[in-house]
Design a protein around this ligand. Structure first.
Ligand code: NDP
Ligand code: 2IT
Length: 447
């Protein structure tokens, strides 16, 4: 599995210490194995124990969140924040509210975030947080009560120059608003301590669209460079129907593709005519309903109640935008058999390690999450800049900057991959390109 004894030793120790953290170990294995060529050329990494430090979070905070539901009953959830690495900037990364959240999930996301944020070329370290709170079926008042209780614990650990959270699964504009309001009440400070804020109180234009748009900008650049292809006339399948999926669908359509399927955790819809995004947005953004309701508006569409089978649909471009490990080796084989050109990841770690290696081996345009979905956090970085300058840029200014950042991220990963001998191995390219800056900063800053 590993060529270098040193890297293997680091991974083995990590397994011993975190035996039950499957997702964290998966992310660490992927990253460590791809860093080997770089580590072998830089003996100072072993000498200064950089990898041992790199895989150990600077801080992992766990806290109790108790709040009162609409029946007047006390509910208790667990909150987390991992402050993973601050070598190149304040901790930065989203908050996830989902019943599956645990320390392993938060740590895998935090580790990924360190390299992703480095790739954006902005000054942001890596962090991540969240709770096992399940927003599904909760009233607005319950969401507000939970967010206020969550922030009452979190506020002491964050700050505009310390750690700046944002959204992720289950945390969108509504939740960021309640979290921000509570921070302000406690601290009596109007500062850029969260990103993804509403436009009336310091948010940035394009932040809502940024991850999905950025994903398509990345995919477009990669398709052009590696296959001399584009979105024009292509059939696209997108998993999920949340923030990332919706704006990926909008941009892919604008670039001339036809999106034929989208999903949620209950199932997927297939519409051969092309997904009507206005219908999806009404269901998901306005009513917070289920994707199955699409059939009420578009009866010719088909619904399947096994969401992962979305990957058995033939397509030219696959954009996984739901969650981790949604594409396994069997799905990867089916996608390749169906002639998929590109698989670019909007979600974090949506492909298992075996699936991503299969895509790379078969010369698929494979855009690994930390590169392909970095547009969200990059635009968060732009929101932070606007907040500290007390200014706001126009939609087209931010969109232009986002586009430039995504093209630069692709070029950086591609050039690094090419130098190592395989231009399709953007996974190794992205990991090494992201690590280089963090490693150099860590070496300069001592232990
Ligand atoms: P949302 O909460 O807006 O949407 C999540 C979507 O994924 C929903 O359709 C949801 O379905 C589906 N989903 C969630 N969990 C599962 C599951 N276990 N199985 C199947 N489907 C699931 O989140 P986002 O769109 O913001 O996030 C989607 C992905 O993108 C995540 O991996 C996130 O980490 C990543 N990401 C998000 C960024 C952002 O800026 N928001 C930036 C970079 C990456 P359901 O409603 O049924 O739960
Ligand atoms: O995974 C991610 O990059 C995010 N959820 C966005 C983080 C951010 O700080 O904007």
């Amino acid at each position: 599995m590993f060529h270098s004894e040193y890297v293997e030793k680091v991974y083995r120790n990590l397994c011993e210490k975190n035996a039950h953290e499957v997702e964290f170990l998966q992310a660490a294995e992927e990253i460590l194995s791809s860093l080997e060529p770089y580590v072998e050329k830089h003996p100072e990494i072993e000498k200064e124990k950089i990898l041992e430090r790199f895989v150990e979070p600077e801080r992992l905070i766990q806290f109790r969140v108790s709040w009162v539901d609409d029946r007047g009953e006390v509910q208790v959830n667990r909150g987390y924040r991992v402050q993973f690495n601050s070598a190149i900037g304040p901790y930065k990364g989203g908050l996830r509210f989902h019943p599956t959240v645990n320390a392993s999930i938060i740590k895998f996301l935090g580790l990924e975030q360190v390299l992703k944020n480095s790739l954006t070329s902005l000054s942001m370290g890596g962090g991540k947080g969240g709770s096992d709170f399940d927003p599904k079926g909760k009233s607005d008042r319950e969401i507000m009560a939970f967010c206020q209780a969550f922030m009452t614990e979190l506020y002491r650990h964050i700050g505009p120059d310390t750690d700046v959270p944002a959204g992720d699964i289950g945390v969108g504009g509504r939740e960021i608003g309640y979290l921000y309001g509570q921070y302000k009440k406690i601290r009596n400070e109007f500062v850029g301590v969260l990103t993804g804020k509403g436009l009336t109180y310091g948010g940035s234009l394009v932040r809502t669209e940024a991850t999905g748009y950025g994903l398509c900008y990345f995919a477009e650049a990669a398709l052009k460079q590696l296959k001399n292809e584009s979105f024009q006339g292509k059939t696209v399948v997108i998993s999920g129907s949340g923030n990332v999926a919706i704006y990926a669908c909008a941009k892919a359509t604008e670039l001339g593709a036809k999106v034929v399927a989208m999903s949620d955790s209950n199932g997927y819809i297939y519409d051969a005519e092309g997904i009507r995004l206005d219908v999806v947005r009404q269901i998901k953004e306005v009513r917070r309903g289920r994707i199955k309701e699409y059939l009420n508006e578009v009866p010719q569409a088909v619904y399947c109640d096994r969401s992962q089978e979305i990957w058995t649909l033939p397509c030219d471009i696959a954009l996984p935008c739901a969650t981790q490990n949604e594409i396994d080796l069997d799905h990867a084989k089916i996608l390749v058999e169906h002639g998929v050109l590109a698989v670019c990841e909007g979600a974090n770690m949506p492909s298992t390690l075996e699936a991503s290696r299969y895509f790379i081996e078969h010369r698929i345009v494979y855009g690994p999450a930390k590169a392909a979905n970095a547009g969200g956090v990059a635009t968060s970085g732009l929101e932070m800049s606007q907040n500290s300058q007390r200014c706001s840029w126009s939609f087209s200014e931010v969109d232009q900057k986002l586009k430039e950042i995504m093209v630069r991220i692709f070029n950086n990963a591609y050039e690094t991959a090419k130098e190592l001998g395989n231009p399709y191995d953007l996974l190794t390219g992205a990991n090494i390109a992201g690590f280089e800056k963090v490693c150099t900063a860590m070496l300069s800053q001592g232990v």
